[in-house]
Unconditional design. Structure first.
Length: 477
């Protein structure tokens, strides 16, 4: 009984850390106009308040995951929360753009350290398939709820107090999470740095990932021309060099054996495609509500709550049971079909739409996200041995972030290219085209799930193997 209780407390901590980070991301988006007015930020500076965080976060996930395997995941988790909390204090005290942008970059570093190891710790805490499915469902629940509640909380704090409070609330939350982590998370020592540090591989993957994320986020200002193509090719070259390095390194940063499992690389591929569609949902729907239906920020956040509620109910009370009974692939495809139906409804929203008849049904269908993420996460982490759980978690989080960023950038560009004016009708037409593009991506995700992923019966789902002895000491340059 004590073991069950201690693991439940550990799971609560592992959900609380990423929840704080996700909440902050949503809250900042709502408060950007207030920051711009108060600090005199230009459009470029305002963009970097978001992009500085995204680049650090997305670029360091894989390296952070391997660091957790070597240094111990609890130590990296605690360090990530501490860095994120301290950076939040600097953000709150910022009186100029440079300080705020630098602190946002530091927040991204802390967020990457925390998020990269959380999944790995969950999969090692819960090795039995049924328990792991329930734990991953709870983890998916915190992410969905955090993203939605952040929009509401951001509007309330900014309107009732000021934008500084969106960062100040992280201080007590961060301190409480650090103390709880030190008490309730298992204090695994990790393999130790003597197991090997592939310095060159770490430099290549970090530079490639950061350049790749930067390439995506700068498309909003630079477009998709030759500059973007050059940056993208540079990022691919760096990442290709990293993969080549892993085939020759004595102790690779990312052992390529972690991608041999068809369900592991397949789940990452499906996630990349699917999240390119799903993360654009929140952005595009919010734009439709504000630019066409004339909702304000608080009203937009409140209108999103039914989607968060549906996702919460499905992920907490339905997903794990269905996965136990039907298998992850079947549940994943079911969730994707529900989300595709929501996209098809979105592609028909009128200029004078009404919430109850035009938006609420698709918000409820968005509960399919509560089936998709636990299934994808379980498949993506299914082949992770304890010594590789951190790096597998880092890979999974990296494909999630890059897919989401690319989807938002690409579908925003699609909407802008098909708007043809500033009238409500013109804007609605642009959003319709973007929603159809999102439906196409979800259809591709369904096809990939059926073709690439193996159907694993619940009884035969793999559990993480026992960790081998650490490798001989070596530091590679």
């Amino acid at each position: 009984m004590e073991s069950v209780r201690s693991r439940a407390l550990a799971l609560a901590v592992l959900c609380a850390g990423p929840l704080m980070i996700i909440l902050d991301g949503s809250i900042v988006t709502v408060a950007l106009p207030a920051m711009q007015r108060d600090l005199g930020l230009g459009d470029a500076g305002l963009t970097w308040v978001v992009n500085g965080y995204v680049i650090a976060f997305g670029g360091l996930l894989l390296l952070a995951g391997r660091l957790g395997d070597l240094a111990g995941r609890r130590a990296v988790f605690v360090a990530g929360i501490a860095v994120f909390t301290l950076a939040s204090a600097v953000c709150a005290a910022a009186t100029g753009p440079a300080t705020l942008i630098a602190a946002r970059f530091a927040q991204g570093v802390g967020g990457a350290l925390t998020s990269a190891v959380a999944l790995g710790m969950i999969t090692t805490l819960y090795s039995a398939p049924a328990e792991r499915n329930r734990a991953l469902s709870a983890f998916a629940f915190t992410g969905a709820v955090g993203a939605s509640l952040g929009q509401v909380l951001g509007g309330v704090l900014t309107d009732a107090l000021n934008w500084h409070w969106i960062f100040l609330i992280n201080l007590p939350l961060g301190l409480a999470t650090v103390l709880a982590a030190l008490r309730y998370l298992p204090s695994g020592r990790g393999l130790g740095f003597a197991a090997g540090a592939d310095v060159l591989g770490g430099a290549l993957v970090t530079a490639g990932s950061m350049l790749g994320v930067y390439t995506i986020v700068q498309t909003e200002s630079a477009g998709w021309g030759l500059r973007t193509l050059g940056l993208g090719l540079g990022a691919l070259a760096l990442l290709g060099g990293f993969v080549a390095r892993q085939t020759t390194a004595a102790v690779p940063l990312m052992p390529l054996r972690v991608l041999r499992d068809r369900n592991v690389w397949g789940a990452n591929l499906v996630q990349f495609v699917v999240l390119a569609a799903l993360f654009s949902f929140q952005v595009m729907v919010a734009l439709y509500m504000q630019n066409v239906l004339r909702y304000n920020a608080s009203e937009t956040g409140l209108a999103m709550l039914p989607a968060a509620g549906a996702i919460a109910v499905v992920s907490l009370f339905v997903a794990a049971r269905l996965i136990d009974r039907l298998g992850a692939r079947t549940v994943l495809v079911t969730g994707l079909v529900l989300l595709l139906a929501a996209r098809l409804l979105l592609a028909r929203v009128p200029v004078d739409g009404h919430f109850a008849t035009d938006l609420l049904p698709l918000m409820l269908l968005s509960g399919g996200f509560g089936l998709v993420m636990p299934s994808l996460t379980g498949l993506g982490m299914s082949g992770a041995k304890p010594e590789d759980a951190g790096v597998v978690s880092g890979v999974f989080n990296t494909t999630q972030q890059i897919g989401a960023a690319l989807g938002v950038a690409a579908l925003s560009a699609v909407a802008a290219a098909n708007t043809g004016g500033t009238s409500r009708a013109a804007l609605t037409h642009g959003y319709h085209v973007a929603f159809w593009a999102g439906a196409g991506l979800l259809t591709a995700g369904i096809v990939l799930s059926l073709v690439v992923l193996r159907r694993v019966t619940p009884a035969s789902e793999p559990s993480p193997a026992e960790a081998p002895a650490p490798a001989p000491a070596t530091v590679e340059l």
